[in-house]
Design a protein around this ligand. Structure first.
Ligand code: ADP
Ligand code: MG
Length: 685
């Protein structure tokens, strides 16, 4: 049975074919769409003021009896009415332009109500182009007035009228899809009440209650939807890596030979991955771990597990520097195995590329490490079972890993990210992934000491850096990316490099690194820095991602006020990776509360999760996530930076429902399934 609420909006009196197309432009097709076209704000017009008490330049409601009307026609097709009213305290003028309807209603002595911005003209209160009600009508005054997002040819009052008609003429109780038991458990109001109150609230408190319900619905349906995608994936059988006493003892021996002992958190995550790989369900796992928590070794163990099962593994990194670094680390850790490991990046020569392609195809290469060069069509595998993508906090990489997976739908997939985001958010962004968290640092790490310093004091900071160099340590100096121009940041880095080499750091070994350098040149510089031949590396943010030089102990960030907190945290994570006490100095400029607040957060916290939460609150989700992501912009009311607690409530409840009834077949969940099918696809665009 089709509900009337699913009918198109032209059943509403006053909406003809022409209006209908205007509504379409705003994405409003059905009655339900219109009900879900929520006000973007409200004007509280409940209280009338005596004219004598009106504050000028403020919006206000007044009422009074008409004492005179003056009609002027300054031009053809232009009529200006000057209505004088009186309310026993003072006179006021209402100026109305081209409104024949109102003109016909103006009898002397009649009560008129008006809302608008009060101005003082010749000492008298004047409202120009006011909104007007007569006598005992209260359509625009005396109420909390909803203001809707509009489009050309669509007027606020038309929307109000249409929604009022729906509420009076149709049964909107049938919108409810959560039973009363659920609603009570979650302390939610009924959906029809929420809809009524979001449009026409009698009281601001009711807006809050309504919003809570509607925001909950958005988050809840998203979470349920993402969970069902995940359950959908499960159906495809994947590769089952053998799990026997033999494989177990091989992995144990591999772990035993590592130059360090795994942290508890690493061991736990390792086990989760091994269990996934041993099952025939394709692994879709995200490993989150703060910078320096030791994610690489987890990738190595997973790769080793694939290798001893006779399969191939691909590891993809976002930059060549990082791919090379992983490659070297893998060579080192796998030196006592027979695994054949290859590197494949954009700067691999055509000839070596061809060799690697061949080895991948005939199975003689076991582990390939590279950049997006791995996703070229020419790359074909013999028996790939595991794809790992590292540092995919630029979301594009996930896209790429998907590409790589195009022909390998059932392989196990492991994604590693250092951008810690709250668990619920991680679910929204990576809804179809299981999540493991490395929530512990290797022991013996000394927390990085962070200082914020005014730019003028840079010389003191550089003196401190010299002391560290004297102790044998190395220094990073990072310049920010300048938004306006790709080249400006390079220029700025260049200038700083020249200035510092000729002044404070004369006689020291400095090098410059930036994004536009040739891959090989970058690599040479990174190699020189890694092996200690360079004291100070000045760079743009190219080093943000994953670089590991444990001997470096100072990170100096220029113009730190330009970076997001999570980014600062990432940069800071380049030091403190070894046994030495490390330092991060934030050089900043500008004086405002916001900047100082941010610097303070960085000084007080070393916890990436906490920092990213603060970052999200301060910057809002748009900037935080960069571009459009996964329908996050398709929320109507929900805002992940403001409504974290509702999000958590919705996520927990979605988990509860899905764990009991993953296919939403139970009587009490059928309505949820129907609502989900209607709304989720639309939501994901
Ligand atoms: P990230 O999680 O940022 O990718 P890495 O995997 O690069 O971190 O590890 C950072 C450093 O910590 C590396 O030098 C690595 O060898 C070292 N490391 C990793 N795990 C441990 C551990 N359990 N104990 C000591 N050092 C470790
Ligand atoms: Mg890493």
């Amino acid at each position: 049975m089709k509900s009337k609420l699913d009918l198109e909006i032209d059943i509403i009196p006053g909406i003809g074919p022409k209006k209908k197309t205007v509504y379409y432009k705003r994405g409003i097709k059905t009655i339900k769409d219109l009900l879900m076209h929520y006000p973007m704000r409200y004007e509280d017009r409940r209280h009338f003021k005596k004219i004598a008490d009106v504050h000028f330049e403020e919006k206000v409601c007044i009422e009074g009896k008409i004492i005179s009307v003056d009609v002027k026609k300054p031009k053809k097709n232009m009529v200006i009415l000057r209505i004088c009213i009186y309310d026993n305290t003072q006179k006021a003028f209402l100026t109305v332009f081209n409104n024949p309807y109102i003109q016909s209603q103006l009898t002397i002595g009649r009560t008129i109500k008006a809302y608008g911005t009060a101005k003082r003209i010749n000492g008298i209160c004047n409202i120009s182009a006011p909104e007007i009600d007569f006598d005992n009508y209260s359509k625009k005054t005396g109420i909390i007035y909803p203001v809707y997002p509009l489009t050309r040819g669509l007027f606020n009052d038309e929307i109000i009228k249409s929604i009022k008609w729906i509420l009076q003429s149709l049964n909107i109780k049938e919108l409810e899809y959560l039973n009363s038991k659920y609603r009570q458990q979650l302390r939610l109001c009924e959906l029809d009440d929420a809809i009524k109150n979001i449009h026409f609230p009698k009281d601001p408190l009711l807006i809050k209650v309504a919003k809570f319900r509607l925001v909950f619905d958005e988050f809840f349906l998203l979470n349920i939807g993402l969970s069902s995608i995940k359950h959908g994936l499960v159906k495809e059988p994947g590769i089952k890596h053998e799990s026997s006493e033999e494989t177990k003892s091989k992995i144990e021996a591999f772990v035993e030979e590592l130059p360090f002992e795994l942290t508890k958190a690493q061991s736990k995550v390792m086990q989760e991955i091994i269990d996934d790989m041993a099952s025939d369900k394709p692994m879709q796992r995200l490993v989150q771990g703060d910078v320096g928590s030791g994610k690489t070794v987890i990738a190595m163990i997973a790769a080793y597990y694939a290798y001893i099962n006779g399969y191939q593994c691909a590891l993809m990194a976002p930059t060549e520097i990082l791919a090379k670094q992983h490659y070297n680390n893998f060579l080192d850790i796998f030196k006592n195995t027979n695994a054949e490991i290859r590197l494949l990046t954009g700067s691999t020569t055509a000839k070596s590329k061809r060799t690697v392609y061949e080895e991948l195809l005939n199975g003689s290469c076991d582990i390939v490490i590279g950049t997006h060069a791995l996703i070229e069509d020419k790359v074909k595998f013999n028996n790939l079972s595991l794809v790992i993508t590292d540092e995919q906090h630029r979301f594009g990489v996930r896209q790429r890993s998907k590409l790589l997976l195009k022909n390998h739908l059932t392989v196990d997939m492991l994604v590693m990210t250092a951008t810690p985001i709250p668990r619920t958010l991680a679910f929204i962004l990576h809804g179809d992934l299981d999540i493991s968290v490395i929530d512990q640092m290797p022991s013996g790490r000394k927390p990085i000491k962070t200082f914020a310093s005014k730019k003028q004091e840079a010389n003191k900071v550089y003196d401190f850096a010299k002391q560290e160099i004297a102790l044998g340590r190395q220094i990073y100096i990072v310049c920010p990316l300048i938004e306006e121009s790709e080249n400006l940041d390079i220029q700025a880095a260049n200038e700083l490099f020249e200035k510092l080499s000729e002044s404070v750091f004369k006689g020291y070994k400095l090098a410059l690194l930036h994004g536009k350098m040739k891959a090989q040149e970058k690599q040479e510089i990174m190699d020189a820095f890694s092996s200690g031949r360079i004291d100070i590396l000045i760079s743009t943010t190219v080093i943000e991602v994953g670089v590991n030089v444990p001997n470096s102990s100072v990170m100096i960030i220029q113009d730190a006020q330009r970076f997001g907190l999570s980014q600062l945290h990432q940069l800071r994570g380049r030091v403190g990776r070894g046994e030495y006490q490390s330092y991060c100095v934030l050089l900043y400029e500008g004086k405002n509360k916001y900047i100082e607040q941010r610097m303070k957060i960085m000084q007080n916290s070393n916890d990436g999760f906490e920092i990213s939460q603060k970052d999200l609150e301060l910057r809002g989700p748009g900037e935080y996530f960069g571009t459009r992501q996964h329908g996050l912009d398709n929320f109507k009311l929900a805002d992940i930076s403001k409504h974290i607690s509702i999000l958590n409530l919705a996520k927990d409840f979605a988990d509860e429902v899905m764990s009991e009834d993953p296919e939403l077949k139970n009587e009490e969940n059928k309505a949820i399934k129907i609502e989900l099918d209607k709304r989720f696809n639309k939501f994901m665009g």
